[in-house]
Design a protein. Sequence first.
Length: 388
Amino acid sequence: MVCGMEIHVELNTKTKIFCSCETKFDAAPNEQCCQVCLGMPGTLPSLNEEVVDKAIVAGLATDCKINGVSKFDRKNYFYKDLPKAYQLTQHFNPICQDGRITIESGKVIRIKQIHIEEDAGKIVNKKDKAFVDYNRSGIPLIEIVSHPDIQTPLQAKEYVEKVQMLMRYTNVSDCKMQEGSMRCDVNISVRKKGSTELGVPVEIKNINSKNFVRKTLEYEFKRQVDLLESGQKVIKQTRRYNEKKNVTEPLRLKESEGDYRYFQDPDLQIVFVDKSRISKILKTMPESFDKKLRRYVEEFHLPYQDAKNILKYKKVMNFFDESTKNVKDKRVAANLIINTIFGELKGQKEEFRVGISLEDFKNLLKKIEDQLLSKNEASKLIKKLMKI
Ligand code: ZN
Ligand code: MN
């Protein structure tokens, strides 16, 4: 299996990329749009600098080179969710290039580039009607493009998981796949072991869960191998994953680059990024995710999975870091968070609406350290507190 991924990540900026509309997720339809994001004639885009900063953070978090000069291009196509009939994207000169991400199994997946672009609106189908909501048009995105280094469905899942953790950790995006703030496209082809000739690629678009990424690739790999082994050909096309049937289905023939008539946007200025801007951003960034993970394991002696589960969610990590500042054995806290608090949480882990205050938790840890309370008693107490 030869697989590369393109992951779209919505940046969590306050306002959109080329206008000052807000970016909240659950606003009423078409409440967050203006003439610019509706593509009205005569309007002009104005680049939100926070978008550039966040894209640089994403690049630094994935070991990319940050380009001093990048540009915006028009990708021309018509669809009802794109009133301008072109998407602004960085086709020829992306802001970040040549990075790398180490996934769970230790394999390094090379990043070809990260470019900035705008999101399109959303089509909502209800019964026999289609509605269009432009709240999403102009939401800033980065597209993280990997080299075809992924060789198994599991590696693909691990890759998506790592991208998600890195982007959350550095506060670039909330990466909620179920809400569409992170969306995955995979390019997959197959080749015989030992052969260097690449097969015909198939693109599967908009996969919205980590498990579906894995399942999609398992299915599509088998489909392509079966085709070739029975003497048929793989057609270059775009497909989608049907989660109910667990199959991939054809969507359309794959468009080629020329179809989009890319050209540099004449309304936007060239993006210049100088060294001082990068070093300023670097100063605001936390220690690298991988380094912190290693520190949790080597210094704090947390089991690897526990360390990962804490780092995965920013609010959990902050709660852990804050509460264990003066605690010698940090494993106790990790254990209580993962085995007791996680079990009692209402709602998502990333929201970490924990029914016990940081102060109370600190006090419990202190009591355990002074041997005034057993871990078991502490766990029971936490459960009681969280039920209130
Ligand atoms: Zn707007
Ligand atoms: Mn894209």
